[in-house]
Design a protein around this ligand. Structure first.
Ligand SMILES: Nc1ncnc2c1ncn2[C@@H]1O[C@H](COP(=O)(O)OP(=O)(O)OP(=O)(O)O)[C@@H](O)[C@H]1O
Length: 260
């Protein structure tokens, strides 16, 4: 992917989206600079996956513009996707294939030469502790194992932009640390990453900037240090609670459990 003159690898500008006349994305704008790890945060149903689907070209916005590496996603989605690695929230593995067969299939779609592909598959499966399981059907894989395979499938072609929806779902603590370190090493190689996550300490450890989406609108975005300063908090978790007004749930829980 050749860098162009635009300052950002991802640019969303005044994006809107409705489902069945219900507006779920309202005037969302943000930018991801080249080589940044950018976090998309927000409660369930906030619009994170919808935003990701629009910026990967899987869904069209009703209004607004989305550029990836300077190209309009609406008109060039296939070409743009060939330079992206995408880890969807949905589990999209082929259960009747072994892990090895699946990754070889993905590599062939990506036109990776066979020897290179086999070397990469072995390296990635080894680091994710899956090499011993390579000949088992994906249908027998645990949730966390499947998430790892999805991640590997997204990086085999060495994309310059990685888009990951809920990367930590199902991962054990060791694997979460490995994923964190991998993302930081990829960043050092110049890879840009968008990660949508509910795991706030993970976001705080890996992201340069974050965007908090609530009810389909951006309620805060920027560098984490600026957000902590503006919200007078010392952790992303406290800042998130502050911004999303979720800090007063304790009283509601007490009410709920009064007659337990
Ligand atoms: N295909 C669809 N048809 C109708 N409504 C949809 C569709 N996809 C998403 N929505 C609605 O759009 C809103 C945003 O959903 P989205 O999946 O983007 O949220 P999210 O932030 O990713 O949530 P979560 O954290 O729970 O994954 C929700 O109200 C959801 O019900």
């Amino acid at each position: 992917m050749i860098m162009n003159e635009r300052p950002a690898i991802v640019e969303l500008s005044h994006v809107h989206k409705q489902f069945h006349k219900k507006t779920v994305i309202k005037d969302v704008s943000f930018q991801i600079s080249y080589g940044q790890i950018y976090g998309l945060l927000g409660p369930n149903g906030a619009g994170k996956t919808t935003t990701i689907q629009m910026l990967t070209g899987l869904m069209k916005p009703d209004r607004g513009a989305i550029y990836v590496n300077g190209s309009d996603v609406i008109h060039h989605s296939l070409r743009i996707r060939s330079h992206m690695g995408i880890v969807p929230d949905a589990d999209e593995l082929l259960d009747d294939l072994t892990c090895l067969e699946f990754l070889q299939f993905i590599g062939s779609i990506r036109n990776i030469p066979k020897n290179t592909l086999n070397d990469r598959i072995k390296e990635w499966l080894t680091i994710f502790h899956l090499w011993e399981h390579r000949k088992f059907l994906l249908g027998s894989y645990s949730h966390g194992m499947r998430k790892k395979v999805q991640f590997i499938a997204s990086v085999l072609h060495q994309p310059k932009l990685l888009i990951i929806d809920e990367p930590t779902n199902g991962l054990d603590p060791d694997m979460m640390i490995l994923l964190r370190d991998l993302l930081l090493h990829l960043k050092a190689k110049g890879v840009s990453v968008l990660v949508s996550t509910h795991h706030l300490s993970f976001a705080e450890n890996v992201c340069d900037q974050v965007c908090l989406i609530k009810d389909g609108t951006v309620c805060k975005d920027g560098f984490i240090s600026d957000i902590l300063r503006d919200t007078h908090t010392s952790s992303l978790e406290s800042a998130y609670a502050n911004l999303s007004n979720s800090s007063s749930e304790g009283d509601k829980i007490n009410d709920l459990l009064t007659n337990w």
